[in-house]
Design a protein around this ligand. Structure first.
Ligand SMILES: NC(=O)c1ccc[n+]([C@@H]2O[C@H](COP(=O)([O-])OP(=O)(O)OC[C@H]3O[C@@H](n4cnc5c(N)ncnc54)[C@H](OP(=O)(O)O)[C@@H]3O)[C@@H](O)[C@H]2O)c1
Length: 418
C-alpha cells in the first residue's frame, strides 16, 4: 500500500519516502535509519568457548581483575592509565559509534566494541568488514537486545568494565524499534556494564529530547531518567549525557541535487529551524572527553559544532556560493506536512500497521520546524548563544567534500515503513 499526497512532497512508500527525506534532509535531523534485517543471535549461534570473539588480534590485552571492580571508588578508574581502562562501547558500528571507537583507541583506552554479526544499514556488513572497520579495538560480537546474552558476552571477556559508552540508536525511529533500542537495549548495556563493575556511563542522546514529541525521544528520556536515578542511588556511579545538535549527514542530502541544477528546498521561509552542526570526529572527541573529564560527571551536555547557528536558508546560501551559482530556492509550506500527518493519524486508527508511517511523518514535521539548539524553557525560544560549541570542522568544509566526493559514508539508513 502506498499513499502519495503530492508528486514530490510526501509519500509513505519506502522508496518515495527515502527520496523525500534526502530531498528535505537539511531539515530532517534524521534518526530515520533502520535495519530491516535485525537479527538476534541465539547463544548457541555465537562463539565458544566464550560468547564474544575478539578481533583478529588482541592488540590491547585486558588485564584488570573482576575482583578489583568491587573495590572501585567513584573516580578510581580515572587514576589509571588509559590502557588499563576498559571501555565497553555499544552502538559501535553506527555513524558516530565508529568514530568514538577510533577516538578511544587513539587515546590509548582499551576499547571493547560490541557489534552484531551483521552490522550496519540493513546488516550489510559481514563480521570481517566489521572487524576491519573497528580495527585496533577488541570486538565482541553479541546481542544488546537480549540482556542474558549480553551479560554472558561481557562475562566471557574475563575482565571488569570501567566505563560503558552507548551510541545505540534505533535505525528506523519507528515506535517499537525506538523503545527496543533507545530504551531497552541501552538499559541492557547499563545493567550488563554495572554487573561487571562499570562505574561511569556515557550516553549519546540528542538535543531534541528537550522538547519530546516523538517516541524515540520519549524512549531516550526514560533511559536518561533511569541513568540519573542510578547515580543518585549509588554515589560510586556517575554518568555523562551528551545531547548533540545536528550531524553533518543530516544536512548533506541536497548537496548533489543542487549541484545538478535543482533548487534548494526548504520549509516556510527557510528560517524555521536552525542548528550548529557537528562532525563525527568532533563529536567523537567530545564523547571521549566524557570518559575521564571530571567536569563532565553527572551532567547533561548539549553540544554543537563551531560557529554560529545556521538556518536552512543560510545552509542553502553556503551551497550556492561554493558552487558559484545564483541561489534558487523552493519554499514549501509547512502545512503540507500537517495535512499528511493528519491523514496518517486518521488512517492509523483503521490500519494500526501504519503506526510507523505516521511516526515518520511526525519526525519529518518535527525537524522541519524545530531548531536543534538549547530551548529556553522560560521564553520557549531556541538560543544559538546558549548552545555550546566544540570542535573545528565546519559545515562548509563538509559541503565542499560532498561536492568533491559525494555522500558515500554519509548514508542516513533505510526505513521499512509499511
Ligand atoms: N542524525 C542527527 O543529526 C542526530 C543529531 C543529534 C543526535 N542524534 C542521535 O545520535 C544517536 C546515534 O546516531 P547515529 O547516526 O550514530 O546512529 P546509527 O548510525 O543509526 O547507529 C546506530 C547503532 O545502534 C546499533 N543498533 C541499532 N539497532 C540495533 C539492534 N536491533 N541490535 C543491535 N544494535 C543495534 C547499530 O548497530 P548495527 O550497525 O548492527 O545496525 C549501530 O551501531 C542517535 O541516538 C540519534 O538520535 C542524531
Amino acid at each position: 500500500m502506498s499513499l502519495s499526497l503530492s508528486s514530490n512532497a510526501f509519500s509513505i512508500r519506502p522508496t518515495k519516502y527515502e527520496a523525500l527525506r534526502r530531498r528535505f534532509s537539511s531539515q530532517f535531523i534524521s534518526p530515520i535509519q533502520v535495519s530491516s534485517s535485525t537479527r538476534a543471535f541465539s547463544v548457541s549461534h555465537v562463539y565458544s568457548p566464550s560468547i564474544f570473539k575478539f578481533g583478529r588480534e588482541r592488540l590491547n590485552p585486558i588485564t584488570a581483575s573482576a575482583a578489583a571492580a568491587a573495590e572501585t571508588s567513584p573516580s578510581s578508574f580515572r587514576n589509571k592509565t588509559p590502557k588499563d581502562i576498559n571501555v565497553l562501547v555499544v552502538g559501535s558500528t553506527g555513524y558516530i559509534g565508529k568514530f568514538v571507537v577510533r577516538e578511544l583507541v587513539k587515546r590509548g583506552f582499551n576499547a571493547i566494541a560490541v557489534a552484531r554479526e551483521r552490522s550496519g544499514i540493513r546488516g550489510r556488513n559481514s563480521k570481517d568488514e566489521t572487524l576491519n572497520d573497528l580495527k585496533e579495538a577488541n570486538v565482541c560480537f553479541s546481542d544488546v537486545t537480549d540482556l542474558e546474552t549480553l551479560e554472558k558476552s561481557v562475562e566471557g571477556l574475563g575482565c571488569d568494565i570501567d566505563v560503558v559508552v552507548s551510541c545505540l540508536a534505533s535505525r528506523s525511529g519507528g515506535v517499537k524499534d525506538s523503545w527496543k533500542i533507545d530504551y531497552e537495549a541501552t538499559r541492557n548495556s547499563l545493567l550488563a556494564g554495572r554487573k561487571f563493575g562499570a562505574v561511569h556511563f556515557v550516553l549519546l542522546s540528542a538535543i531534541c529530547v528537550q522538547k519530546p514529541l516523538l517516541e524515540f525521544q520519549r524512549a531516550k528520556l526514560k533511559f536518561e531518567a533511569e541513568l540519573v536515578k542510578e547515580a543518585e542511588e549509588d554515589d560510586k556511579f556517575t554518568y555523562s549525557i551528551v545531547r548533540p545538535t545536528a550531524f553533518f549527514k543530516s544536512l548533506g542530502g541536497q548537496v548533489e541535487l543542487v549541484k545538478d541544477g535543482k533548487p534548494y528546498v526548504m520549509f516556510g521561509d527557510g528560517k524555521l529551524c536552525a542548528c550548529k552542526p557537528i562532525s563525527e570526529p568532533d563529536l567523537a572527541s567530545f564523547i571521549a572527553d566524557c570518559v575521564l573529564s571530571e567536569d563532565k560527571i553527572n551532567q547533561i551536555l548539549p553540544i554543537g559544532g563551531p560557529g554560529k547557528a545556521l538556518t536552512p536558508l543560510e545552509q542553502g546560501e553556503i551551497l550556492f556560493r561554493l558552487l558559484g551559482k545564483e541561489p534558487k530556492f523552493l519554499k514549501v509550506p509547512i502545512e503540507i506536512m500537517d495535512f499528511a500527518i493528519g491523514v496518517l493519524d486518521f488512517l492509523v486508527k483503521i490500519f494500526p500497521g501504519l503506526e510507523d508511517a505516521a511516526e515518520f511523518g511526525k519526525i519529518g514535521r518535527y525537524y522541519a520546524a524545530e531548531s536543534m539548539l538549547i530551548l529556553d524553557p522560560e521564553t520557549g525560544e531556541y538560543s544559538s548563544d546558549q548552545t555550546p560549541s566544540y570542535g573545528k570542522d565546519t559545515l562548509e568544509e563538509f559541503f565542499e567534500k560532498v561536492l568533491r566526493e559525494g555522500m558515500a559514508g554519509q548514508e542516513l539508513g533505510e526505513q521499512t515503513i509499511i
